[in-house]
Design a protein around this ligand. Structure first.
Ligand code: HEC
Ligand code: HEC
Ligand code: HEC
Ligand code: HEC
Ligand code: HEC
Ligand code: HEC
Ligand code: HEC
Ligand code: HEC
Ligand code: HEC
Ligand code: HEC
Ligand code: HEC
Length: 435
C-alpha cells in the first residue's frame, strides 16, 4: 500500500505536467480539430465533456480571475451538479453561449432561476426581499438555495433545512449593520428583536435543543418567498391571516378558535362593548416570544384579556378568585379556566362553558362536590349593574341607602351637637365675663 502511494506521489509532477499540456493542446488544437473530424458525436455530449474539462480542474483555474481567491468560484465540477436536485440538467440549460469554450465569447448569458420556477419567482419578486436584492443586502434565490449545490429542503445539508434556516435568516436579521440600515423606525422593534427572541422561546428552543423539525422556523410564519411586512394584506403575518399561519400546525386550536366568539368577531370585523376588535393568536401569545404555557404565563395572560374586557377584568379582581390571583395563588381560577382558552362564547350560548347548563362541570373541576346553589355565585358580581345582577344590585342599594341614611343621620346629629356645644360654650364664657 505504502509503495503504491509513494509511486503515485512520485508521479504527481508528471501527471500535472501532462494535464497542463493537455489543456494547452485542448485550447489550441481542439477548436481546429473538432469541427473537421468528430463533430456529431462530440456535439451530442459537448455540454458535459467541454465544461468539466476546465471547470472540473481546480489547478487549471488557479489565477484565472484577477482578484486572488475568486477563482475558487469557477470550480464547478459535474459531480456537484450530479449530486444536486438539478442532476437532470446540463450546464448549458442554465448557461447559454459558452459553447466556444475559452475564452468565452460575448453574448453569453445565465438563465434566471425564475425562468423555470415561475411560482417561486413571482412570489419573491412581490416580496420585500426583492426591493433591496440589487445591492446584495437582501437575499436572491442563490443566497438562500445556492447556485450549483442546490438540494431539497428535507436534505440536512440544505441552508433551508428546518434545523439550519434560522441561521440563514439570522445572518442578516441578526446583523447589526442590516438592522441599522433598514430597521430604524420605532415601529421596527419587533424586527430588531426577532432573531434573539425567537432563539430564547418555545419554537426556537424546540429546534435548537429538542431538535424538532416540525417546530416553527422563520419561513413557516413568514412564508419562504412572499416575505412581506405585517401591514400588507397579502402577508402571511397580517392580522387577518395569522390564525391560518399558526393554524397550519396548531390545527386543533384554530378550529376551536374559529368557532369561538373571538374567531367569529375577527371574521365579521365586530368589536366588543368597549370598542375593541377581536384578538388573534399573537395578541395573547406574542409573535417571536411565544412562551411555554405554564402557571406564570397563565397568570400573566389575564392582563391581556383585561386590555379589551376592562370592566370584567375589574370585577374579576374584586371577587375571590381575582384577589387570590393577585396574591400569587396559582390554583385559583383565571379567565381561561372558566371561559376556555380558545372557544370562549357568550353565556347565553348553550355551547358556552359559562352557560348555566355547563357551570357545574366547570366549577367542579376545582370545587369538588359543588352544588347547583354554589354555581349561582357570580364570578363577575357587579352590584352597580342592575340589569345583569339584580340580586346583587337591590341588596347592595338597600344596604348602601341604609348605611348612608344611618351615617347621614348620626353624622348630622353629631355636627349639630358639636355646634351646639361650641355655641353654648361661647355663651357661657360671655356670661362669665359680664360677671
Ligand atoms: C477551456 C477551458 C474552459 C471551458 C471548456 C469552459 N470554460 Fe467556462 N470559463 C473558463 C475560464 C478560464 C473562465 C474564467 C474567465 C473569466 O472569468 O474571465 C470561465 C468562466 C466561466 C463562467 C463565469 C462567467 C463568465 O461569463 O465569465 C461561466 C458561467 C462558465 N465559464 C461556464 C462555462 C460552461 C457552461 C462551459 C461549457 C459549455 C464552459 N464554461 C467551458 C474556462 C473554460
Ligand atoms: C440551475 C442552473 C445552473 C446550472 C445547471 C449550472 N449553473 Fe453555473 N451558475 C448558475 C448561476 C445562477 C450562477 C451565478 C451564481 C451567482 O450569482 O453567484 C452560476 C455561476 C457559474 C459560474 C461562475 C461563478 C462565479 O462566481 O462567477 C461558473 C464557472 C459556472 N456557473 C459553471 C457551471 C458549470 C460548469 C455547470 C455544469 C457543471 C453549471 N455552471 C451549471 C446556474 C447554473
Ligand atoms: C429568504 C430565503 C429564500 C429565497 C430568497 C428564496 N427561497 Fe426558495 N425556498 C426557501 C425556503 C425556506 C424553502 C422551503 C419551503 C418549505 O419549507 O417547503 C424554499 C423552497 C423552494 C423551492 C422548493 C419548493 C417545493 O415545493 O419544494 C423552490 C423550487 C424554490 N424555493 C425556488 C426559489 C427561487 C426560484 C427563488 C428566487 C426567485 C427562491 N427560491 C428564493 C427560501 C428562499
Ligand atoms: C432550466 C430549468 C431550471 C432552472 C433555470 C432552475 N431550475 Fe431548479 N429545478 C429544475 C428542475 C427540473 C428541478 C427538479 C424538480 C424535481 O425534482 O421535481 C428543479 C429543482 C429545484 C429545487 C428542489 C425542489 C424540491 O422539490 O425540493 C430547488 C430548491 C431549485 N430547483 C431551485 C433553483 C434555483 C435556486 C435556481 C437558480 C439558481 C434554479 N432552481 C434554476 C429546473 C430548473
Ligand atoms: C441577505 C440578507 C437577508 C437574508 C438571508 C434574509 N433577509 Fe429578510 N430582509 C433583509 C433586508 C435587507 C430586508 C429589508 C428590505 C427592505 O426593506 O428593503 C428584509 C426584510 C425582511 C422582512 C420584513 C419585511 C418588511 O418589509 O418589513 C421579513 C419578515 C424578513 N425579511 C424575513 C426573512 C426571513 C424569514 C428570512 C429567512 C428565510 C430572511 N428574511 C432572510 C435581508 C435578509
Ligand atoms: C411563530 C411565527 C413566527 C416565527 C417562527 C418567526 N416570526 Fe417573524 N414575525 C411573526 C409575526 C406574527 C410578526 C408580526 C408582528 C407584528 O404584528 O408586528 C413578525 C414580524 C417579523 C419582522 C418584522 C416585519 C414587519 O412587519 O415589520 C421580521 C423582520 C421578522 N419577523 C423576522 C423573523 C425572523 C428572522 C425569524 C426567524 C429567526 C422569524 N421572524 C420567526 C411571526 C413569526
Ligand atoms: C384571547 C387569548 C388567546 C388567543 C387569541 C389565542 N390563545 Fe392560545 N392560549 C390562550 C390561553 C389562556 C392558553 C392557556 C390555556 C390553559 O390554561 O390551559 C392558551 C394555550 C395555547 C396553547 C397550548 C395548549 C395548552 O393548553 O397547553 C397553544 C398551542 C395555543 N394556545 C395556540 C394558539 C393559537 C395557534 C392561536 C390562534 C389560532 C391562539 N392560541 C389564540 C390564550 C389565547
Ligand atoms: C411549523 C409548525 C408551527 C407553526 C407554524 C407554529 N407552531 Fe407553535 N408550536 C409548534 C410545535 C411543534 C410546538 C411544540 C414545541 C415543543 O413542545 O417543544 C409549538 C409550541 C407552541 C406553544 C407552546 C405550547 C405549550 O404547551 O407550551 C404555543 C403557545 C404556540 N406554539 C403558539 C403558536 C403561535 C401563536 C403560532 C403562530 C404565531 C405558532 N405557534 C406557529 C409548531 C408550530
Ligand atoms: C384584542 C381584544 C380582546 C382580547 C385580548 C380578548 N378579547 Fe374576548 N372578546 C373580544 C371581542 C371583540 C369579543 C366579541 C364581542 C362580541 O361579540 O360582543 C370578545 C368576546 C369574548 C367572550 C364572549 C362574550 C361575548 O360578549 O361575546 C368571552 C367570554 C371573552 N371574550 C373572553 C376573553 C378572555 C377569557 C380573554 C383572555 C384569555 C379575552 N377575551 C381576550 C376582544 C378581546
Ligand atoms: C370562576 C369563573 C370565571 C372566571 C375566573 C372569569 N369568568 Fe368571566 N364569566 C364567568 C361567568 C359564569 C360568566 C357569565 C355570568 C356573568 O356574566 O356573571 C362570565 C361572563 C364573562 C363575560 C361576558 C359574557 C357574556 O355572555 O356577555 C366576559 C367577556 C368575561 N366573563 C370575561 C372574563 C375575563 C376577561 C376574565 C378574567 C379577567 C373572566 N371572565 C374570569 C365566569 C368566570
Ligand atoms: C381552576 C380552579 C377553579 C375553578 C375552575 C373555579 N374555582 Fe372557585 N376557587 C378556586 C380556588 C383555588 C379558590 C380559593 C379556595 C380557598 O383558598 O379557600 C376558590 C374560591 C372560590 C370561592 C370563595 C371561597 C369558597 O370556597 O367559598 C367561591 C365562591 C368560588 N371559588 C366559586 C367558584 C365558582 C362559582 C366557580 C365556577 C363558575 C369556580 N369557583 C371555579 C379555584 C377555582
Amino acid at each position: 500500500m505504502g509503495t503504491v502511494l509513494s509511486l503515485v506521489g512520485a508521479m504527481n509532477p508528471l501527471i500535472q505536467a501532462t494535464s497542463d499540456w493537455m489543456h494547452r493542446l485542448g485550447r489550441l488544437a481542439l477548436p481546429c480539430l473538432v469541427p473537421v473530424v468528430i463533430v456529431p458525436s462530440v456535439r451530442a455530449q459537448a455540454s458535459t465533456v467541454d465544461c468539466d474539462r476546465c471547470h472540473g480542474d481546480r489547478e487549471f483555474l488557479v489565477g484565472k480571475r484577477d482578484a486572488p481567491g475568486e477563482d475558487a468560484a469557477l470550480y464547478v465540477p459535474q459531480s456537484v451538479l450530479r449530486s444536486s436536485r438539478h442532476r437532470e440538467l446540463t450546464c448549458r440549460e442554465c448557461h447559454t453561449g459558452y459553447d466556444d469554450a475559452f475564452p468565452h465569447q460575448p453574448g453569453r448569458s445565465t438563465a434566471s432561476c425564475q425562468s423555470c420556477h415561475g411560482d417561486e419567482g413571482r412570489d419573491w419578486a412581490a416580496s420585500s426581499h426583492a426591493v433591496s436584492a440589487g445591492n446584495g443586502d437582501s437575499p436572491t434565490c442563490v443566497r438562500c438555495h445556492g447556485a450549483h449545490d442546490i438540494v431539497g429542503v428535507e436534505d440536512r445539508a440544505s441552508p433551508i433545512h428546518p434545523l439550519n434556516e434560522a441561521g440563514l435568516c439570522g445572518d442578516c436579521h441578526g446583523d447589526s449593520n442590516i438592522l441599522a440600515a433598514y430597521f430604524t423606525d420605532p415601529a421596527d422593534s419587533v424586527a430588531r428583536s426577532a432573531v434573539e427572541r425567537y432563539h430564547e422561546t418555545v419554537h426556537g428552543l424546540a429546534v435548537s435543543e429538542r431538535g424538532l423539525v416540525v417546530s416553527a422556523t422563520c419561513s413557516d410564519c413568514h412564508s419562504p418567498h412572499r416575505v412581506l411586512p405585517a401591514d400588507s394584506s397579502s402577508s402571511s403575518i397580517h392580522r387577518d391571516r395569522i390564525s391560518d399561519t399558526c393554524g397550519a400546525c396548531h390545527l386543533g386550536v384554530v378550529e376551536t378558535y374559529r368557532q369561538g366568539a373571538h374567531g367569529t368577531a375577527l371574521l365579521a370585523g365586530t368589536t366588543n362593548v368597549e370598542g375593541h376588535g377581536a384578538p388573534v393568536c399573537t395578541d395573547c401569545h406574542a409573535a417571536h416570544g411565544v412562551a411555554a404555557v405554564d402557571e406564570a404565563w397563565r397568570a400573566g395572560v389575564v392582563d391581556e384579556c383585561g386590555a379589551c374586557h376592562e370592566r370584567l377584568y375589574e370585577t374579576y379582581f374584586e371577587t375571590y378568585h381575582g384577589k387570590v390571583t393577585r396574591l400569587g395563588g396559582e390554583l385559583t381560577a383565571k379567565c381561561a379556566d372558566c371561559h376556555t382558552a380558545h372557544g370562549n362564547l357568550p353565556a347565553h350560548d348553550p355551547r358556552s362553558s359559562v352557560h348555566a347548563s355547563n357551570l357545574l362541570a366547570v366549577c367542579s373541576r376545582c370545587h369538588q362536590g359543588a352544588s347547583d346553589r354554589f354555581v349561582q355565585y357570580h364570578p363577575h358580581g357587579d352590584p352597580h349593574d342592575r340589569d345583569r345582577y339584580p340580586k346583587l344590585y337591590w341588596p347592595w342599594t338597600l344596604m348602601s341607602s341604609l348605611l348612608i341614611g344611618v351615617f347621614g343621620f348620626f353624622g348630622t346629629h353629631t355636627v349639630l351637637w358639636l355646634a351646639r356645644g361650641v355655641v353654648e360654650g361661647a355663651r357661657g364664657r360671655a356670661e362669665g365675663d359680664k360677671r
